[in-house]
Design a protein around this ligand. Structure first.
Ligand SMILES: Nc1nc2c(ncn2[C@@H]2O[C@H](COP(=O)(O)OP(=O)(O)OP(=O)(O)O)[C@@H](O)[C@H]2O)c(=O)[nH]1
Ligand SMILES: [Mg+2]
Length: 358
C-alpha cells in the first residue's frame, strides 16, 4: 500500500512522516524528485506467532510505503501542482492538518485554524481534479461528435458525473462507482478520488484520551465519513527514534497506549476496508494485505499473477483454529482445514495454501 502525505505548507508533513516511519524503516530511499519514500512493516502479532510455529527461513510482514512530498518553500498553484503530480500513484492520502499551537512556529496564515486549512487544501484538490476532468471531457466531446464509440461514451458519461460532483464541491470519492469505473478513473490520478485520512497534528500538551480536539474538528465539518486521527507530531517523531522498548514506555508515560504508526494502521485499514491473510511454510511465513471480502483467486493474484490465472482451489484454516489446534496436521484432523473454490471470500486471519496449475 502506498500512502501519500499531503498538507498545507508547514503543517507538519515531514514531522508526521518521521513519526510514522522512523521505528523500523529498512532505510530511507530519497526518490529524487518524487519525495522522501520510506517503507515500514505492518506490526502483527499473528505473524510473530506463526513464525514461532514454523521457524521459517524468512519472515515477511506486510508493508506500507509512505511518501513525504518535496514541496518545501513552494506556494500557491505551484505547490498544488507538485502535490498532484507526486501523489498520482498513491492508494490513499494522509492529510496532515496543523492543530498545534507553538509561538516558535508562526502559522503562514497568521492563526491556527485546522478546519479552515483542511477545507482550503481540499478545495485546491477539487479544483485541480476539475481541471483534469474538464480538459478530458472537452477532448472526448469533440471526438464523439465525429464518431460513435460505446467505450468513449461510457467514459464521457463517467467524467460528466465526476464534473457534477466536483462543481458541487464534492470529492470524486463521494460517488458510488463500480469496480470498472474506478479502474477507468485510476489513470487520471484524481486526488479527490483517493481515500483520505486526516492526521490532526497536535501538540504534546493536547494529549487527552477523550480526544476533544478531534471531536471539535469533526463537529465543525459535519462529515460522518471522515476518518480523523490525532498525532502528536513533534514528540512522536522524537519517540520514533528510540529503540522499541524505550519507545513503548515513553509512549505510556505521556499517555499514549499505542504508537502513531499502530494507530495509523488501525485507522487506515478500517477506512480502506483492508484485512490480512497469511501464507506459511518452511521457506517463508508472510502477511498479505487485501481489500476485505475479495475472492480467493484475486487474493492469490496478490501473491503472483500465475496463482490467479491457474487457480484451482485454496486450502484454508483460520489463524485462530491453527493456533488452537497446535499445528496444521492437527487442524486437519480436527476438520478445521477446509477446501475452498473460486467463489470463496477470504477472511481476515485466514492462512491460505493456494493450489494452482499454469
Ligand atoms: N510544537 C510543534 N511543532 C511542530 C509539530 N509538528 C511540526 N512542528 C514544527 O512545525 C514546523 C514545520 O514542520 P514540517 O514537518 O517541516 O512541516 P512540512 O509540512 O513538512 O513543511 P513543508 O515541507 O515546508 O511544507 C517545524 O518547525 C516543526 O518542528 C508539533 O506537533 N508540535
Ligand atoms: Mg516537509
Amino acid at each position: 500500500m502506498h500512502v501519500g502525505i499531503i498538507g498545507l505548507p508547514a503543517s507538519g508533513k515531514t514531522t508526521v512522516f518521521q513519526a510514522l516511519t522512523s521505528t523500523d524503516s529498512p532505510g530511507a530511499r530519497s526518490g529524487g524528485h518524487k519525495g522522501d519514500t520510506r517503507i515500514v512493516s505492518v506490526p502483527d502479532v499473528r505473524l510473530d506467532t506463526l513464525t514461532t510455529m514454523y521457524h521459517p527461513r524468512k519472515r515477511t510482514p506486510a508493508t506500507i510505503e509512505f511518501v513525504d512530498p518535496f514541496v518545501a518553500g513552494q506556494q500557491g498553484t505551484r505547490f498544488v501542482e507538485s502535490l498532484v503530480s507526486l501523489m498520482r500513484d498513491a492508494d490513499a492520502l494522509a492529510h496532515v492538518v496543523r492543530a498545534f499551537e507553538d509561538p516558535a512556529v508562526p502559522h503562514p496564515s497568521g492563526r491556527v485554524d485546522a478546519v479552515r486549512d483542511f477545507r482550503a487544501l481540499n478545495t485546491e484538490l477539487l479544483l485541480a481534479d476539475l481541471g483534469v476532468v474538464e480538459k478530458r471531457s472537452e477532448r472526448l466531446g469533440k471526438d464523439l461528435k465525429k464518431m460513435r464509440n460505446a467505450e468513449l461514451e461510457g467514459e464521457y458519461a463517467l467524467l460528466q458525473r465526476c464534473q457534477e460532483a466536483l462543481e458541487a464541491e464534492r470529492p470524486v470519492r463521494s460517488l458510488t462507482l463500480t469496480e470498472a469505473e474506478q479502474k477507468r478513473l485510476r489513470g487520471f490520478g484524481l486526488l479527490s478520488s483517493k481515500a483520505q485520512l486526516v492526521v490532526l497534528n497536535l501538540d504534546e500538551a493536547q494529549i487527552d484520551p477523550a480526544e476533544p480536539a478531534v471531536a471539535a474538528f469533526r463537529e465543525q465539518l459535519h462529515d460522518p465519513g471522515l476518518e480523523v486521527m490525532p498525532l502528536y507530531g513533534k514528540i512522536e517523531s522524537e519517540i520514533a527514534q528510540l529503540p522499541p522498548e524505550e519507545a513503548q514506555s515513553f509512549l505510556e508515560d505521556i499517555g499514549l497506549p499505542q504508537s502513531g504508526l499502530d494507530r495509523f494502521i488501525r485507522t487506515s485499514y478500517s477506512l480502506l476496508g483492508l484485512c490480512s491473510f497469511f501464507t506459511t511454510g518452511e521457506d517463508e511465513v508472510r502477511a498479505w494485505t487485501i481489500p476485505r471480502g475479495i475472492a480467493a483467486p484475486q487474493a492469490a493474484g496478490i501473491i503472483h499473477s500465475d496463482l490467479e490465472r491457474g487457480f484451482i482451489r485454496a486450502e484454508v484454516i483460520h489463524y485462530d483454529d491453527l493456533i488452537s489446534s497446535g499445528s496444521l496436521a492437527k487442524g486437519r484432523e480436527a476438520g478445521k482445514l477446509r477446501i475452498e473454490g473460486k467463489s470463496y471470500r477470504v477472511q481476515d486471519g485466514d492462512v491460505l495454501l493456494i493450489r494452482f496449475n499454469v
